[in-house]
Design a protein around this ligand. Sequence first.
Ligand SMILES: Cc1ncc(COP(=O)(O)O)c(C=O)c1O
Length: 502
Amino acid sequence: MSPEALKAQILELTREYSRLTHAAQRPGADAARPAFRPGQDVVPYAGRVFNEDEVEAAVSSTLDFWLTLGNEGHAMQEELAELLGVKKTLLVNSGSSANLIAVSTLTTHKLPAEKRLLPGDEVITCAAGFPTTVAPILQNGAVPVFIDNDPVTGNACADQLEGAYNPGKTKAVMFAHTLGNPFELRTVLAFCHKHGLWLIEDNCDALGCTYSLPLEEARELGLTHLIKIAEKGDHPWIRIEDGVLTAPTGSFGDISTQSFYPPHHLTMGEGGAVNIIRRPPLGTYAESFRDWGRDCWCPSGKDNTCNKRFGWQLGELPEGYDHKYIYSHLGYNLKPLDPQAAIGRMQIRKLPDFVEARKRNWNVLRAGLAGLENCFEFALPTHATGWSADGFTWDDSGCRTDCSWFGFMLLVKPDAPFAKADFARYLDEKKIGNRMLFGGNLARQPAFVQLRKERPEALRIVGDLPGADRIMNEAIFIGTYPGLSDAQLDYMIESIQAFCAR
Ligand SMILES: Cc1ncc(COP(=O)(O)O)c(C=O)c1O
């Protein structure tokens, strides 16, 4: 039998094996899933959603045995860049690595002195969220400046930006779009524009969210890269309608990041991406930090892409020293494997359905839990002022968000007839997966408390952070991921209703 025929046979068997063994990981609405047994089966807060397509892709790529980032990786980078409308995407081995590269990129000596992030410079971030949005700032010797979070959206309080600004020291702003809810991009962009600051969007939890703002404001904010794409009229997520520009989160700032760890909007096992939104040179620096710090940009398995491999003289190296081994940065090796990218590419094809399922599941939960406002304060999309069965009401900013929800967040009210811990324990008993908003108020985490004790100048806190404390004390989230079936959503709603009725 030829190797091709043998491979085809292996892949056919792989698909059959996957159908037999992984039925529970199929999308929530898939008829081939095993029936949900309320109270016996766990309702995960998130997880991998896949079928035989992903397993076949992984096995096929593994049989080819290229292993390191190759054709699949390069294709996935291009597909993601296209989807987000960004100049370049680099795959990495995690969202945390993506954040590390994003911040490191701003430290390069190749940037003009006034734009370069130097030790002791400040990066404005917010207190509540995931630790590796903040850690790379410290790991690069810069100072994170914590502003507060709005407990209802989970996002940074953009009205505190001016108060946090430190002329000559502030170089960048870095926030996550919390739990798939875009932060207030218009205000944040205007602030960065006014002071000439970099904006890093941690889009790890928010792939598929869109943000809309008046076109004239988008022009004033210099969003020409998005306007040009929208004007072509054929992009699934970037468009102009009635004088309003809509585009995906992760495409507005300078650099953005993704995580493809299993609970996220798509998965490649471990994995992530750095998106270079509009300035191509940042892509060269980011790639250098990802790939050992080297100056050379040849992909794995290729030599002499620059056509002068032995024609460079850099640093104090002799003329003609092999460009492959010239290092312009103190870098890392944070690349993923090609079989992971093969899985990721299959997942990208399913992303529109995944995003729709997340929105739908959030709405089902919100409608099902309506009437429990005496116990809970429910999360709202940024710019929304309220929710009813007819939809959201919005503020008069002219901006809108369309959330690709990572989870369904609610705050247990301080005067509710139960404490948050009781509620979390009850959900656990009912086997309903639940999570805190990650690290809560990060400033209160042991790592940051220790840092403040040892080096108080290592970080700066603006105000008392009451919103981040409320998130820490009151917030909890349950799943919205595409693997949830109607039966599971009903069970979640009935269980929570029953708890509140006790
Ligand atoms: C906002 C945010 N940023 C970064 C990360 C880190 O991603 P990873 O787990 O892929 O390192 C996470 C993890 O969930 C996250 O929630």
